[in-house]
Design a protein around this ligand. Structure first.
Ligand SMILES: [Ca+2]
Length: 196
């Protein structure tokens, strides 16, 4: 009796699984996995491109359009010719920029020192976006920010010529800012602000 029962169990257990009709629950599980796989594949394919985009935003600074040059993380253009402060500003605005309002004055100093070395000159005087528009000592950058008092050169601003209402950088001074006569003919530094 036990031998017959054991034989029946062995025969039933030995039937190939593939010949059994799949239960509704099993078919449902297979269908779910088939639906999930393409989505998972798409997600994996997206990962490398996402990583690439993040790499593109590495701290290399913005792209500066010609003729601007990337200096640390801002775009500048130094004129080779000399004009008044107003003419310099007009030139900068005509290049989609304005007279420079650099975040890091010492970076500009390094930039000017390099230019001076290439040009073989000892000093560079450069108009920047700084002025006393109301002519009452209320100096401001053209972007509206106040001037750091520690950035003025020794004894400046002194209004030495009686009409010094425009700002320049004197590269050879550790403290670089000087008030200069606006009609004075000077080289000038433009800045381009890339769109965010
Ligand atoms: Ca001065």
């Amino acid at each position: 009796m036990y031998s017959l029962l054991l034989l029946v169990v062995v025969v039933v257990a030995g039937q190939p699984v593939s010949e059994k009709p799949a239960s509704p629950l099993l078919r449902s599980a297979v269908s779910a996995s088939q639906l999930t796989l393409p989505h998972q594949t798409r997600t994996r394919r997206q990962l490398p491109s996402t990583a690439t985009r993040q790499h593109d935003h590495s701290p290399q600074g913005p792209t500066c359009p010609y003729p601007y040059t990337l200096v640390l993380d801002e775009c500048f253009y130094l004129s080779p010719h000399k004009v008044s402060w107003e003419a310099g500003r007009r030139h900068c605005k005509g290049m989609m920029g304005d007279l420079a309002t650099p975040k890091h004055l010492y970076t500009i100093r390094s930039f000017l020192l390099d230019v001076a070395k290439v040009e073989g000159v000892e000093q560079l005087f450069v108009f920047v976006g700084l002025r006393d528009e109301r002519r009452d000592g209320s100096w401001k950058w053209v972007d509206g920010l106040p001037v750091n008092a520690a950035d003025w050169g020794p004894g400046e601003p002194n209004n030495g010529k009686g009409d010094e209402f425009c700002g320049e950088i004197r590269m050879h001074f550790d403290r670089m800012l000087n008030d200069q006569s606006c009609p004075f003919l000077n080289r000038f530094l433009c800045q381009y602000h890339p769109p965010n």
